[in-house]
Design a protein around this ligand. Structure first.
Ligand SMILES: [Zn+2]
Length: 218
């Protein structure tokens, strides 16, 4: 129905999440007919981003710098490391303004069926880093050397697991917790439960069970 070039454009747009053939067709025709200037900007931005954006060497978040702005922020508490599944999770936590530590982005979760193991999530490097930090700290303790205790250079002391409460998310959290404990690091899991402003009668059983098991005294 369309010429080969337009057809190829529609087909390419289908790679976007949530975009089927119909939406892709609408987008392609809009760009070609109504907004060729916008299409040009899109091509430019996409090309530059693909060429220049990579992963932060420390936390694996997408950035065009070798080390991202969160990891290079000297005021953040390096003693806390929050493990999340996606960069969008980092944005959500940052927007809440409650967390001042650093992050580690898995860019996925353990899923053996899809061929996603610890290596694909960058976990061997994370555990190696944690082990090295622990060794340096314990050597310094043995030699009774005063190591710098300021926030910016402190080794990770607590790993906060903030993977999603799905089957894979829980399995991923469990795996990381086991490994991190072997490195001698305290591990915690974010609480899942009743949302603020929610009503108990509308909440599913699984969430309620979680809420009860992670209750705390007030
Ligand atoms: Zn980073």
């Amino acid at each position: 129905m369309f010429s080969p070039l337009i057809d190829e454009l529609i087909h390419s747009l289908c790679c976007l999440p949530g975009v089927g053939r119909k939406s892709a067709q609408r987008m392609a025709l809009h760009l070609l007919e109504r907004d060729p200037e916008g299409a040009g900007r899109l091509v430019g931005a996409l090309g530059t981003a693909i060429e220049k954006v990579g992963r932060c060497l420390h936390c694996r978040i997408l950035t065009e710098q070798p080390v991202c702005y969160i990891c290079s922020n000297q005021r953040r508490n390096t003693g806390l490391l929050c493990v999340v599944e996606t960069p969008a999770d980092v944005v959500a936590i940052e927007q809440s303004g409650t967390y001042q530590g650093k992050y580690f982005v898995l860019n996925g979760r353990l899923s053996p069926i899809d061929g996603i193991g610890p290596k694909e999530l960058g976990l061997p490097q994370l555990f190696q880093r944690l082990r090295q930090e622990q060794q340096v700290t314990s050597q310094a303790d043995e030699a009774e050397v005063e190591v710098e205790k300021d926030n910016a250079n402190a080794p990770v002391t607590e790993l906060i697991l903030a993977t999603n409460p799905t089957v894979e998310g829980e399995a991923t959290a469990y795996y990381i917790a086991e490994q991190a404990r072997q490195c001698g690091i305290t591990v915690s899991r974010i609480a899942h439960g009743v949302p603020l402003g929610g009503e108990l009668e509308y909440i599913d059983g699984g969430t309620l069970t979680h809420a009860f098991s992670s209750r705390r005294s007030i």
